[in-house]
Design a protein around this ligand. Structure first.
Ligand code: FMN
Length: 217
């Protein structure tokens, strides 16, 4: 069976590159690119769909969108359908794909706001989860997700800073709610050292790239 993978990532070069000598591509983009390369080798007939949520951020939800979403599909006006069209496409991508890979930078101990905007568009009752007799049920069953995190500091579970890592638990919770429970995380912690002029970028990335190759194969 042909495999499809949905790659959710951000632009390879952040806007602040022009004012701060940040290394390009940034770690989350470098790891996403490595994952794709390895995955394509392992699945030569596979299809990769790439969704850059940084270059093309979704619109924030507003009351008109929420009302359109709660209106039964058959009763939606053409305007409501148009309003939900982008979300419909994002949900369709998730349903088509067998595997997801999400490249994530830690921003203020959590996920970037652009990734949250994408999540708001795809977490939809009746589309990616449903309320049944036994409570909510995720509809994205049988999918596998790999989350590639980059953070300036180190936030391993068990160390004092670990309690400030809301990236991993949040993504685990929200993806799990949608039915995606087969999740693996690869984290490049301590990326702040790359801001030093003499930083050895290749040495910093090497262990994470190695791990990415292993999980993507
Ligand atoms: C707006 C912003 C907020 C950030 N917040 C945190 C943070 O809370 N904790 C942390 O360790 N690093 C933080 N960082 C650093 C990034 O996580 C780090 O640069 C990481 O490498 C980003 O991934 P990227 O290089 O792939 O973009 C922040 C960076 C930016 C630009």
């Amino acid at each position: 069976m042909l495999k499809r993978r949905l790659s959710i990532r951000r632009s390879p070069c952040p806007h602040f590159c022009t004012s701060i000598p940040a290394p390009c591509p940034v770690p989350s983009a470098a790891n996403s690119a490595e994952f794709t390369k390895t995955w394509k080798t392992a699945h030569p007939d596979g299809t990769v769909i790439t969704r850059d949520v940084s270059a093309n951020p979704s619109a924030p939800l507003d009351v008109t969108w929420i009302y359109a979403n709660f209106t039964p599909e058959a009763a939606r006006t053409p305007e409501q359908k148009a309003l939900l069209a982008s979300s419909d496409q994002l949900v369709a991508e998730l349903k088509q794909a067998d595997e997801y890979v999400i490249g994530v930078a830690m921003h203020n101990f959590s996920i970037p706001s652009t990734l949250k905007l994408w999540i708001d568009q795809i977490a939809r009752a009746g589309a990616t989860f449903a309320y049944g007799a036994n409570g909510p049920e995720g509809l994205l069953k049988g999918k596998k997700a790999t989350i590639l995190i980059a953070s300036g500091g180190v936030y391993e579970i068990g160390i004092p800073m670990g309690g400030l890592n809301f990236v991993e638990p949040y993504l685990k919770a929200v993806l799990g709610f949608l039915g995606v429970t087969d999740i693996q995380f690869v984290t490049a912690g301590g990326a702040a050292q790359l801001m030093k002029p003499d930083a050895d970028r290749a040495a910093f990335l090497a262990p994470t790239i190695e791990r990415v190759r292993t999980v993507a194969a």
